[in-house]
Design a protein around this ligand. Structure first.
Ligand code: SF4
Length: 328
């Protein structure tokens, strides 16, 4: 039998001291960690309960942006009036994730830290998974890879990041605020999740001992004209095959600022910068939208079962941009 030690952190300093113990992991909502623990995929020695820390506030920032505490539930963030009015794609992305019960438990910080749902990773009975057991191989590359990456993958891993919220945050230029015993640092969301490279066991750039305390959104001229489109096998409670976070700032019908971020296609939210550049300065004609979508997927590669994602993603980009354009 495995012994699991439990500590409840009294405050942030206490949490940072407790997490320094060998094999310790933070637990918030527990909607991913407990699943992985019960299935033998991720077995901490000690869990540090941070649910009593004062990190659930959602508040305006002096620069006009918005701070969302790491312990705000996904439900609270999605339903907050400032999020719904000023960053509608974030509310849409949060509400597209999981189920109502899970969103009530899951935290914003935990959402950023959730691990891939690759079948070969979440089932410890499969022998080959470089993310679970480094050096063991990748069962998905020549296996059932319908859910897997078409962009940014490596020989070691073709898994995708499962978060909807992170895709919207990437389009909104969010910053992740983290604390350690030594200092506080601010990580641009685009630098928070990693591509797999030859270390697929590392999902993020978070260092050992660091605690996510908040996610900050800057004021934005385009965030209100945005849309999160999620395409999946079921209408609810399913991970994205492809998703798109699209936002536009228009000037007399011409795209002045463009944001296109793809979900369900890579190990991290995939910012389609070439597509954004392609569309900037152009009206939202069919030709311009199709050209931008083609540019976004120019470097895509399928692994057999997931080849369909390349065309699906292009169609999704066009549809998401049209909806964002109608809101602008
Ligand atoms: Fe493991 Fe990544 Fe391969 Fe899935 S895709 S089996 S997570 S190494």
């Amino acid at each position: 039998m495995h012994s699991l030690f439990y500590d409840r952190a009294r405050d942030i300093d206490d949490a940072l001291a407790l997490i320094a113990q060998p094999g310790a992991r933070f637990i918030g909502g527990g909607t991913n960690l407990l699943d992985l623990y019960k299935s033998g995929v991720d077995i901490p020695e000690r869990i540090v309960d941070i649910t009593r820390l004062p990190l659930a506030a959602i508040a305006a920032l002096p620069d006009g942006g918005l701070s969302i505490g790491a312990l705000a539930s996904n439900t609270a963030a999605a339903n907050h009036p400032e999020v719904r009015m000023r960053y509608p794609m974030l509310a849409e992305a949060l509400l597209a994730g999981a189920s109502a019960q899970l969103r009530n438990m899951a935290t914003v910080g935990g959402n950023l830290m959730q691990r891939t749902r690759c079948f070969y990773f979440v089932d410890a009975a499969f022998p080959r998974c470089n993310k679970r057991v480094p050096g063991s191989g990748c069962g998905a590359k020549d296996g059932i890879n319908r859910q897997h990456a078409i962009l940014g993958a490596s020989d070691a891993c073709i898994a995708v990041n499962p978060s909807d919220m992170a895709v919207a945050l990437a389009a909104l230029d969010a910053t992740v605020v983290v604390k350690s015993k030594e200092d506080e640092r601010r990580i641009p969301i685009d630098d928070f999740h990693r591509l797999p490279g030859d270390e697929p066991q590392r999902d993020t750039t978070l260092e050992p001992g660091e605690l996510i305390v908040a996610v900050e959104l800057p004021p934005s001229p385009f965030a209100a004209n945005s849309h999160y489109l999620k395409l999946r096998d079921r209408a609810s409670y399913a991970f994205a095959l492809v998703s798109v976070a699209a936002a536009l700032e228009l000037d007399e019908g011409v795209a002045k600022t463009v944001r296109i971020v793809l979900g369900g296609v890579a190990h991290k939210p995939w910012r389609a910068r070439e597509a954004e550049a392609q569309l900037t300065g152009k009206p939202l004609s069919d030709d311009a939208l199709n050209a931008a979508a083609a540019a976004a997927l120019a470097g895509a590669r399928g692994y057999g079962y997931n080849d369909f994602k390349i065309e699906l993603a292009q169609r999704a980009i066009v549809r998401a941009l049209r909806t964002a354009g109608e809101r602008a």
